[in-house]
Design a binder for this molecule. Structure first.
Ligand code: SF4
Ligand code: SF4
Length: 162
């Protein structure tokens, strides 16, 4: 997808980023930027001017906490825009290996986080049931989960066709 397509996709989703004045309020508010090299303002700039944002690792550093979006003086839906750009990236086959692995786990097991004895023990100590209310507890639901994932094409996007 070329740049104008990214801009158009954002516009179609009601996400206008062209009014960004590059003030940096978003970057200064970003908790993720304190611990990573991510600069939110730069992501918005790259998305505006046509640098290859889809392959920028910083795109995946956002935790979607929405702090930037609440504070942007231009009321730009920054976190929503980042999520939309990520969606475009995934549809272009661009996904971080760790995210692909988590996707595979969901497709194979219907749950993103494996539950082993150590996790069960921790849950018990916290006063929780050893198994969460997912397919771990209801394994018969796995087929339904996989049907849903297949019907929306998620398995193909993650490269693990069911
Ligand atoms: S806070 Fe809003 S206007 Fe300022 S740099 Fe970030 S996106 Fe642009
Ligand atoms: S939503 Fe993402 S980019 Fe915005 S402040 Fe939170 S982590 Fe940073």
């Amino acid at each position: 997808m070329n740049q104008s397509n990214i801009s158009n996709a954002l516009k179609d989703a009601g996400l206008e980023i062209l009014t960004c004045l590059q003030c940096g309020t978003c970057s200064g508010s970003c908790p993720s930027g304190r611990y990573t090299g991510m600069v939110t303002r730069k992501i918005i700039r790259k998305a505006r001017v046509g640098e290859d944002i889809l392959r920028d690792p910083d795109l995946w550093m956002c935790t979607t906490c929405y702090t930037c979006q609440e504070r942007c003086p231009r009321e730009i839906k920054i976190a929503d825009a980042i999520l939309t750009i990520r969606t475009i990236a995934v549809h272009e086959g661009i996904m971080l290996p760790a995210h692909r692995r988590v996707s595979e786990l969901v497709i194979e097991h219907g749950h993103a986080v494996p539950i082993n004895d150590a996790v069960k023990e921790k849950r018990k100590k916290l006063g929780m049931e050893t198994l969460p209310e997912t397919v771990h507890k209801y394994p018969e639901a796995l087929a339904d989960v996989q049907t849903l994932l297949k019907s929306c094409g998620f398995d193909k996007l993650a490269g693990s066709e069911i």
